[in-house]
Design a protein around this ligand. Structure first.
Ligand code: GTP
Ligand code: MG
Length: 226
């Protein structure tokens, strides 16, 4: 895992380098998909990305400062793909200087809210607006994830409300728990990876923005299984 905070030129350069769209596995080139994970502080972005990339739930997390990267290589239909998750800071003071980097060459966006925290759900329009302001069009696949569904007694955001919101924004919606081992975290990111993989780049050696053509996301849902 690597991380970056604002003001560090070295890290900024490595950030730019990490944005290339392919990497080598021996003689094979693998496509890299950059997925940004955004949402309010404390919703569980770091835990979700950990769960997918390491299979573990971190016992203790600190508020993310700037952005952390986690990667996982997967094989889909015989093709090696690198999924690069950008775990962004939810706190305004920890994200300001890095925001312009998040949105460059993004292949997909994961919006996260906490199902036990209505305010985190109500913040979603602001996160969507921020994406718009950074010129992310609706062609970039986006999914909505309600986290912490293991906390059944504290639910504040009903599934049907979240589903309506997701439908209104043409996003698939998933409820999950980074804490529970069998709560779809793997399936959620793999669904996204399948979607990205099915969009063949036009020319592999071009920069990502001109090589990946992405279609709009169908309406699907994946409510909490716990
Ligand atoms: N019960 C439960 N707690 C969770 C879950 N996911 C995260 N948490 C807890 O929620 C708190 C915040 O988790 P983080 O992953 O650090 O939140 P974040 O969204 O990355 O926060 P920022 O980095 O500040 O933006 C931690 O105490 C986690 O242990 C979950 O699925 N269930
Ligand atoms: Mg975090």
């Amino acid at each position: 895992m690597s991380s970056a905070t604002g003001g560090d030129r070295g890290l900024e350069s490595s950030l730019e380098a990490s944005m290339s769209s392919t990497c080598s596995y021996g003689s094979t080139r693998a496509r890299i998909f950059k997925i940004i994970v955004i949402g309010d502080s404390n919703v569980g972005k770091t835990c979700l990305t950990y769960r997918f990339c390491t299979s573990y739930f971190p016992e203790r997390t600190e508020a993310t400062i700037g952005v952390d990267f986690r990667e996982r290589s997967v094989e889909i239909d015989g093709e090696k793909i690198k999924i690069q998750l950008w775990d962004t800071a939810g706190q305004e003071r920890f994200r300001k200087s890095m925001v312009q980097h998040y949105y460059r060459n993004v292949h997909a966006v994961v919006f996260v809210y906490d199902i036990t925290n209505m305010a985190s759900f109500q913040s979603l329009p602001a996160w969507i607006e921020e994406c718009k302001q950074h010129l992310l069009t609706n062609d970039v696949p986006r999914i909505l994830v309600g986290n912490k569904c293991d906390l059944k007694d504290s639910i504040q955001v009903p599934t049907d409300l979240a589903q309506k919101f997701a439908d209104a924004h043409s996003m698939p919606m998933f409820e999950t728990s980074a804490k529970n081992t069998n709560d779809h975290v793997e399936a959620i990111f793999m669904t996204l990876a399948h979607k990205l993989k099915s969009h063949k780049p036009l020319v592999l050696s071009q920069p990502p923005e001109s090589t990946v053509e992405l279609n709009s996301v169908p309406k699907t849902s994946f409510p909490c299984g716990c």
